[in-house]
Design a protein around this ligand. Structure first.
Ligand SMILES: *Cc1c(COP(=O)(O)O)cnc(C)c1O
Length: 382
């Protein structure tokens, strides 16, 4: 894939994000092929990358949008997403954000607490509207066996836990300005095995049956996102394993007639189509190590500093067959501003262009201006 980036070096000042739009389209085409013929609806989780051009490209494919703030709702509307295909999640929705969502008649609030439900009911009442909600369930899927799952256990702030669920569902059915559409789940991110999704299907089946016994049926189940991508071999695995992922749900969920499953995929849609292009400012040596100092840092791509994540790094300029070992670091005044320790690269020099791959998700969208750095620009390859 980086040949694509190499062939398209542009006269932009580094650092900038470079997006391969044909890969983005192929990725979404693959999703649409896998879900066709099934009662599945896919939403794009805008927080992964809210670049206006990326949003426009995705909205054109007909996917829905999964949103976690009022500003994301406004950006999604501007990019052409249909309000009837929008879900609004998050533990701390403010009154004004709730108003934006209600005024625009979005499909569904994914509600995370009883107080939130009451406030949505009240604001909807003032506006004379009845609004769709789903209740976010914390399914308490065992985090110990799958360390990447961080949002679906009782210790996390997200969702309603199982012991309280009956009461919250009853309350949702009592509140006059709410229409309960279903249950929502999102168990974590960068999940690279199918086991957690199989466990999720079992929980979903159990709950569909449990509520059916109480004469409550749901029009939809939202299974969330979380499918991981291959950060180690992005060229070999440009497209996430959507076939296997959706197969788990095709085999695993016992849907009732008319019921739909919604998905909210972020990372797996955009991660591989983006690279952060940066320039080597200095190659610096001390008694122990060699450092490649880039003009990009944690303000442009936070994941390494925040989660200890590793992205594949490619020198786009160097023709050297000889290699050396470098720590690849940014310019920011923080010790955590490191992209890689002991990275093996072709002999690297001041001025070389460096691509940091798999940076399309949670890259540009997490950028900041710390140290008064400028936000990265973006460039698109067709
Ligand atoms: C972040 C988020 C997603 C997307 O997660 P990915 O791991 O990027 O697929 C989906 N749903 C909710 C509620 C989220 O917070």
């Amino acid at each position: 894939m980086y040949h694509n980036f190499l062939d398209n070096i542009v006269d932009l000042s580094t650092p900038y994000y470079c997006y391969d739009l044909s890969l983005l389209r192929n990725t979404i085409g693959n999703i649409q092929k896998e879900i066709s013929g099934f009662p599945f609806v896919v939403h794009y989780a805008v927080k992964a990358n809210g670049n206006p051009r990326i949003l426009e490209e995705i909205s054109k494919t007909g996917l829905g949008a999964d949103l976690v703030s009022g500003n994301e709702i406004l950006a999604a509307l501007k990019a052409g997403f249909a309000p009837g295909m929008m879900a609004f999640a998050g533990v701390g929705k403010t009154d004004s954000e709730i108003e934006i969502a209600i005024d625009n008649d979005i499909y569904c609030f994914n509600v995370e607490s009883e107080p939130e439900m009451e406030v949505i009911n009240e604001i909807a009442g003032l506006k004379g509207k009845k609004v769709g909600i789903a209740i976010r369930v914390n399914p308490d899927i065992d985090a110990h066996t799958h360390r990447y799952i961080t949002t679906g256990t009782v210790a996390d702030k997200f969702g309603i836990d199982l012991p309280m669920l009956d009461e919250v569902v009853d309350q949702a059915l009592r509140l006059p300005n709410l229409h309960l559409r279903g249950l929502h789940f999102h168990i974590g991110s960068q999940i690279t095995t199918l086991e957690p999704f199989k466990m999720l299907c079992e929980k979903i089946n159990f709950l569909i049956e449990h509520f059916e016994d109480r004469c409550i049926t749901f029009e939809m189940i939202d299974a969330g996102g979380g499918l991981g991508v291959d950060y180690n071999n992005p060229e070999a695995n440009q497209i996430a394993p959507f076939h296997d992922f959706f197969q788990v749900f095709k085999d695993g969920i016992k849907l009732r007639p008319g019921q739909k499953v919604h998905f909210e995929l972020g990372r797996s849609i955009v991660a591989q189509c983006g690279a952060l292009i940066s320039k080597v400012v200095f190659v610096k040596e001390n008694s122990a190590k060699k450092f490649v100092v880039l003009d990009a840092g944690m303000t442009h791509l936070l994941r390494p500093a925040l989660y200890n994540a590793h992205h594949k790094i490619v020198n786009l300029t160097s023709q050297e067959s000889e290699h050396d070992t470098y720590d690849v670091v940014g310019p920011i005044c923080e010790s955590s501003d490191v992209f890689a320790h002991d990275e093996i690269l072709p002999i690297t020099r001041r001025g070389d262009l460096i691509a940091i791959l798999s940076a399309g998700a949670y890259g540009e969208s997490m950028a900041s201006t710390y140290n008064m750095r400028s936000l990265p620009q973006s460039h698109f390859i067709e």
